[in-house]
Design a protein around this ligand. Structure first.
Ligand SMILES: NC(=O)c1ccc[n+]([C@@H]2O[C@H](COP(=O)([O-])OP(=O)(O)OC[C@H]3O[C@@H](n4cnc5c(N)ncnc54)[C@H](O)[C@@H]3O)[C@@H](O)[C@H]2O)c1
Length: 266
């Protein structure tokens, strides 16, 4: 018999989660804190991150929030320094923050290219770099977030997909470069997950979700999954718990696809 609590437990581990104010990042922060980790949430949405941290504290967990724009290297370094300064080290780095964008590649504007690459690619790289510096030779687990978009060529998603393809490549290369330091680097490639990110086009003038359009969207996305499912943020957070804990000590440089089977050619 195994002690499952001990195997998946993160007592006294220190974690940083970018994008922690909403969606997948929020769920990741809450799950890691539930497993015993001390969590620092970084997000441009300072108020949202503070509210999530307060919610974790109210449940008896340990969490802090730091306003962070991941496209700015000094801000990412300050986020990681907050974790090491407060709790003496860094064990888990979750680079979750990312943004969507739409439009055909043939008409792509250079400013939009720079903006999205700045957040999705540079922001993720800055997070990895700051984490590697903080982890040193003590080891740790870095978890990046790519997308199911890396497996498909979907019109109007080209820029988003290329930024996420870059995240998978940097994940694999870094895993090889820092493996000897005991640092593992993995990436999620989430399938369609109901968050602010996916529901932004389904809003009415007053900001509320248009239920009819949401139902139609969910139905069309369910058809892509052999399980007939659309994901929830917690589906990704459970995977992060596995990758953050020692049970995944043999896993690095991999792309993890919790996506309802949607990208299986079928
Ligand atoms: N929702 C999906 O279907 C889906 C699918 C595949 C991949 N993803 C990826 O998952 C990640 C999280 O997405 P989500 O669905 O939870 O979206 P979300 O919009 O709910 O959350 C994203 C969070 O990132 C923050 N953020 C945005 N830009 C930032 C910046 N420059 N610096 C710091 N924080 C910033 C936002 O404020 C927000 O809190 C993203 O990287 C996204 O590309 C999402």
């Amino acid at each position: 018999m195994h002690d499952i609590r001990e195997a998946f437990g993160l007592d006294a581990r220190v974690a940083v989660v970018t994008g922690g104010a909403s969606g997948i990042g929020r769920s990741v922060a809450e799950v890691l804190a539930s497993a015993g980790a001390r969590v620092v949430l970084g997000d441009v949405d300072a108020q949202g991150a503070s509210e999530v941290a307060a919610g974790i504290q109210a449940q008896g967990g340990e969490a802090l929030a730091v306003k962070t724009d991941i496209s700015q290297r000094p801000e990412v370094e300050a986020l990681v320094e907050c974790a090491t300064g407060e709790w003496g080290g860094l064990d888990i780095m979750c680079n979750v923050a990312g943004i969507p964008t739409n439009g055909p590649l043939g008409e792509l504007d250079e400013a939009e290219f720079d903006r999205v690459v700045g957040i999705n690619v540079k922001g993720t790289l800055f997070g990895c770099q700051a984490a590697i510096a903080a982890m040193g030779s003590r080891g740790g687990s870095i978890i990046n977030v790519a997308s199911g978009a890396i497996d498909l060529a979907v019109p109007n998603y080209g820029l988003y997909a290329l930024t996420k393809a870059a995240v998978t490549q940097l994940t694999q290369t870094l895993a090889v470069e820092v493996g000897s330091q005991g640092i593992r680097v993995n990436a999620l490639a989430p399938g369609v997950t109901l968050t602010e990110f996916t529901q932004r086009h389904l809003k009415q003038a007053d900001g509320s979700i248009d239920q009819q359009r949401l139902d139609a969207f969910v139905e069309s996305m369910q058809k892509m999954s052999p399980l007939g499912l659309v994901g929830e943020a917690i589906d990704q957070a459970w995977l992060v718990l596995y990758l953050a804990s020692d049970v995944s000590r043999f896993c690095t440089g991999q792309i993890w696809r919790a996506n309802g089977g949607a990208t299986i050619p079928h």
